[in-house]
Design a protein around this ligand. Structure first.
Ligand code: UP5
Ligand code: MG
Length: 190
């Protein structure tokens, strides 16, 4: 992976900000592979792996799974895909995730797509999602918001200081958000 030139976009934003929804749109229009760190962790639980119980407990508490676990799953998925353009959704979630990913993979993101959305709106979306996620209850949702503010926002600030953040108003309807996303992914021609 390291000697191949890969394009990576980190897709970040609070719980329920619309990362997964917009990644599905980006895949259709711009030929990226979508890797949701949360989806990979949930698949790992289902597979009955030895880490499954630990991951399940962390997700139920809204806590961040140790980075070596998440990075291994991301690396495997990148290698197996045979592709070289990736949307990494919901990772890195803290400074340690960020530094470890860079160190282990040697990959720096081309840019960071940041979905900015008020908590009231994210809460409404998560409480009406109804897909059986163990973390879509009000107690866990509050914990996820707290972890996002304390641990994940600093990662976005770090990339912002490097001029890499493309911030999107994610409170609008899905189609409006995607219009703004398309602008970010469309080459300006200069
Ligand atoms: N919806 C979407 N866009 C909308 C819009 N513009 N207007 C109205 N409704 C909209 O959307 C959420 C819901 O809102 C859906 O019903 C959708 O239809 C609707 P979605 O696209 O799913 O939002 P997303 O941002 O992907 O929300 P998600 O809940 O997946 O975000 P989280 O960041 O909380 O979840 P994730 O799966 O990334 O992580 C879950 C847990 O895994 C973490 O809390 C953590 O415990 C663990 N984790 C790690 O430990 N490490 C990692 O690296 C990643 C995860
Ligand atoms: Mg998601």
């Amino acid at each position: 992976l390291t000697d191949k030139k890969v394009t990576v976009v980190f897709v970040l934003g609070g719980p329920g900000s619309g990362k997964g929804t917009q990644c599905a749109n980006i895949v259709q229009h711009f030929g990226y592979i979508h890797l949701s760190a949360g989806d990979l962790l949930r698949a790992e639980i289902k597979s009955g792996s030895e880490n499954g119980t630990m991951i399940q407990n962390m997700i139920e508490e809204g806590k961040i799974v140790p980075s070596e676990v998440t990075i291994k799953l991301l690396q495997q998925a990148m290698e197996e895909s045979g592709n070289d353009k990736f949307l990494i959704d919901g990772f890195p979630r803290n400074e340690e995730n960020r530094a470890a990913f860079e160190l282990v993979t040697g990959i720096e993101p081309n840019f960071v797509l940041f979905f900015d959305c008020p908590e009231e709106e994210m809460e409404r979306r998560l409480l009406s999602r109804n897909q059986g996620r163990v973390d879509d209850n009000i107690e866990t949702i509050r914990k996820r918001f707290k972890v996002f503010m304390e641990s994940s926002l600093p990662v976005i600030e770090y990339y912002d200081s490097k001029g890499k953040v493309r911030k999107i108003d994610a409170a609008k309807p899905v189609e409006k958000v995607f219009e703004a996303v398309k602008v970010v992914f469309t080459p300006s021609g200069d």
